[in-house]
Structure formats: C-alpha cells, structure tokens
Design a protein around this ligand. Structure first.
Ligand SMILES: NC(=O)c1ccc[n+]([C@@H]2O[C@H](COP(=O)([O-])OP(=O)(O)OC[C@H]3O[C@@H](n4cnc5c(N)ncnc54)[C@H](O)[C@@H]3O)[C@@H](O)[C@H]2O)c1
Length: 272
C-alpha cells in the first residue's frame, strides 16, 4: 500500500488531494498532509478525511511518496530538518514547486529519485494538466506510480528536458489564471453591455466550459472552431478584429515569456 505525504496543504495540494479522492485513486486513509496552519489542517480533514500533522516529520514517517507543495521560497528551510529521514528512507520525492531544479531538490533532500511535476488547480475537478520530468534515478515502477497518481487528477505529460518544465509552468501551471482573467473581463464587459451580474457570470462560465469541452472533444483545431463561430460580416468578426488589432497573440506570448523567465529566475535566486 503506497502511503503518500504532502508537505504543505495549501491551494495546489488541496487540488491534487481533492482530485485523487474524487477519482477514487487513493484511499484517504493513505494520505498524510502536514501544514503549520491549523485551519488548513481542519479543512483538509473535514473535506477529504485525510490524516493531518503539524509536524512535517510526522507526515513523512511511513510515506513511500512525498509530495512537496510549499512555496519555492520555503523549500530549503522545509527540507533541511527532513533531509536525514529522507536520505535514510529514500521515498519517491515529487516537487510541484515552480523553479526549484532537480539537482537542487536532490541536494536539499538527500533523495535520489525525484520527479518535478508542474500541475494546475483544475486537478481538483479531475481536469488538471501536469507536466512531469524525472531524475535518472527514478525507477520505471516509480515513474509509473507518479504517472498513475498525477494522471488521476487529469492528464500527465512527460517532457524530455527539465528546461521544458519552465515552459509548462508558463503554459498550464499558470494557465488557469489566464482563463479566469478572461472570464473576469467578459463578466465585467457583459455587465457594461446591460446584463445583470448573475446573467453575465452564468453565461460567461458556461461559455468557457462549452468552449473548453468542445475544443477538447473535437478533431478540429481551435483556429477552425473559431472560424466556425465567425460569420463573415457578422458580430464575432468585429470582436476578433479588435483582439487582433490590440495584438492579443503578442500579449499572450509576452505574458508566457515573463512567466517562464520568472521560473528561471526563481531557480537562480533560490537554488543554492
Ligand atoms: N497554486 C497553483 O496554481 C500552483 C500550480 C502549480 C504549482 N504550484 C506550486 O505549488 C506550491 C504551493 O503553492 P500554493 O499555491 O499551493 O501555495 P499555498 O500558499 O496555498 O500553499 C502552501 C502551503 O504551505 C504551508 N506551509 C508553510 N510553511 C510550511 C512548512 N514549514 N511546512 C509545511 N507546510 C508549510 C502553508 O501553510 C500553505 O498552506 C508552490 O511551490 C507553487 O509553485 C502552484
């Protein structure tokens, strides 16, 4: 039986735990979460019936998989008191932290088998998208275990180089926030056009859901799906021309470049 420890029980850990339990992928009795926040621990226990601990060492005591879900800036100080135990027990270590490299994680933890995972919060609903990269020391069984665990929260995609994890971070790690910003903007614009807030919100969210589901289910690429909405001389054409005129594609590229750059900066700032 694989016991899983989460170090840090915040937003991302909650999303993964929620996804694992929702999909019946792991018995909650096998999940141990440590977090200094009492409120956080009570919420996790109430929502998911997992074991919680104030002390990180208590969470990892019998774990074969340890998932690091603290802020990158906390990672070094979180791992220091755990390193002796981790070095002795050699669990599979999975870090979801942006920007902390595999060699740094290995040096700070003493673990050889380390997977970097870059998930996203829709994991909570089983619709997560995660990029994965493993150290050479990760065995095939451990790789399959990481794949099965993370795959239960949505899709899991192995990338070929560690550098690609920064690109994944900029794309799908941060990506839900881009769509939420678009939703916020559409709700606000709908209200300005005369809709009630409730109507603008409900129509916006259902449109986002519908577009996402349709694009996922379709054999047809998003550009063609867009064209099918855009009648010549019609309304959508005006909106799309406005987006293109404001160089939306360049804005998206610049935004994702900035996110990827920040991931690399974090690695430089924190990785020693
Ligand atoms: N939120 C996202 O969308 C997202 C997506 C991908 C990756 N990540 C990564 O996940 C990690 C966590 O991000 P988050 O958004 O969940 O942050 P968060 O602040 O919601 O969660 C971090 C948790 O760590 C806890 N914590 C603080 N000190 C601790 C300690 N000494 N020991 C154990 N736990 C401690 C905090 O109480 C908090 O609950 C980050 O490294 C981030 O890069 C986040």
């Amino acid at each position: 039986m694989t016991q899983i420890a989460f170090i840090g029980g915040g937003n991302m850990a909650t999303s993964i735990i929620g996804g694992l339990i929702r999909e019946d992928a792991v018995n909650p009795d096998l999940i141990h979460v440590s977090d200094p926040g009492e409120e956080q621990r009570q919420r996790l226990e109430a929502d998911f019936k997992v074991h919680t601990h104030a002390e990180n060492l208590d969470a990892i005591a019998n774990a074969t998989v340890v998932i690091l879900a603290v802020k990158p800036q906390m990672m070094k100080e979180v791992l220091a008191p755990l390193a002796a135990t981790l070095t002795a027990r050699q669990p599979l270590l999975i870090s979801v932290a942006a920007g902390i490299s595999l060699p740094t994680l290995q040096a700070w933890s003493g673990c050889k088998a380390v997977v970097r995972a870059m998930p996203n919060t829709p994991a909570l609903t089983g619709t997560g998208a995660t990029g994965l990269f493993a150290s050479d020391e990760v065995s095939l069984d451990q790789r399959n275990l990481a794949d099965t665990l993370i795959g239960a929260t949505g899709i899991a995609v192995w990338v070929k180089t560690e550098a690609e994890i920064d690109a994944v971070t900029a794309l799908s790690g941060s990506g839900p926030a881009y769509y939420f910003l678009m939703m916020e903007s559409m709700i606000a614009a709908g209200i300005k056009l005369g809709l009630s807030e409730d109507t603008a919100r409900r129509l916006t969210l259902q449109t986002a859901l519908g577009a996402g589901k349709m694009a996922s289910a379709s054999e047809v690429a998003p550009d063609e799906l867009r064209r099918r909405v855009t009648s010549p001389g019609g309304t959508t054409e005006q909106a799309i021309a406005t987006f293109e005129g404001a160089h939306l594609r360049d804005i998206v590229q610049a935004a994702m470049d900035a996110a990827a750059r920040r991931a690399a900066e974090l690695s430089d700032e924190l990785g020693n």
